[in-house]
Design a protein around this ligand. Structure first.
Ligand SMILES: Nc1ncnc2c1ncn2[C@@H]1O[C@H](COP(=O)(O)OS(=O)(=O)O)[C@@H](OP(=O)(O)O)[C@H]1O
Ligand SMILES: Nc1ncnc2c1ncn2[C@@H]1O[C@H](COP(=O)(O)OP(=O)(O)O)[C@@H](O)[C@H]1O
Length: 187
């Protein structure tokens, strides 16, 4: 396959999983980081939670079992892409430690780089942002099983990076993750 003209492609791939509560800032950071990496010549794919659920996991809900299946599916796809030189950014809640560990193990078994970033925005801030009005709906009793409100979130014990987005600009948060990638040879 011929590479597009322009900046030379950068070939090292890997998965960067951004885990955190709804409205923590996962998608915003992934989109900002993707633009920055693409400008540097990287092949980048963002596997957004909502898009993947529509395309690949439409059969799944938000039970523990379904979330685990969803996370493992996304991990499988990201591993394939990353093995072929793509930097895969995954802004997906992934609330259970065991599912996240399974994805990490799967990448290790394939010899593919994997970084976990905990977007550790406190639930009060997330509920205040409430980008999709989910916290309001949960508080009003219209939905249940919302991560962080009335469904579990197992915070990572030893992520590669933990970031606090409150009192930070989006650009500062993107820069923090970009610095991690640089340190680990992924940018
Ligand atoms: N009950 C409940 N709990 C959590 N999230 C909910 C729920 N219902 C819908 N949504 C919306 O779906 C997005 C979460 O999908 P994910 O695939 O990231 O979740 S998971 O990893 O399978 O738990 C999530 O997207 P983000 O807000 O971007 O995190 C929500 O918008
Ligand atoms: N430092 C920051 N990093 C990321 N998002 C931030 C930051 N400060 C404020 N925000 C805002 O928080 C919201 C996060 O929404 P989103 O990225 O959709 O969250 P998630 O994907 O985790 O559900 C956006 O409106 C974003 O502009």
């Amino acid at each position: 396959m011929t590479e597009p003209k322009g900046k030379p492609a950068v070939w090292q791939g890997g998965t960067v999983w951004l885990t955190g509560l709804p409205s923590a800032g996962k998608t915003t950071i992934a989109v900002g980081l993707a633009a920055r990496l693409r400008a540097g010549g990287h092949r980048v794919q963002v596997l957004d939670g909502d898009e993947i659920r529509a395309a690949l996991s439409a059969d799944l809900g938000f039970s523990k079992e379904d979330r685990d299946t969803n996370v493992r599916r996304i991990g499988y796809v990201s591993g394939l892409l990353a093995a072929h030189g793509v930097t895969v950014l995954v802004p997906v809640i992934a609330p259970y430690a065991m599912s996240r560990q399974a994805v990490r193990d799967q990448h290790a078994a394939q010899g593919v780089r994997y970084l976990e970033v905990h977007v550790a925005t406190p639930v009060e801030i997330c509920a205040d942002r409430d980008v999709k009005s989910l916290y309001a709906k949960q508080a009003a009793g219209e939905i249940s099983g919302l991560t962080g409100a009335d469904d579990p979130y197992e915070a990572p014990v030893a992520p590669d990076l933990r970031i606090h987005t409150q009192d930070r600009t989006v650009e500062e948060s993107v820069q923090q993750v970009h610095a991690l990638l640089t340190e680990r040879g992924l940018s």
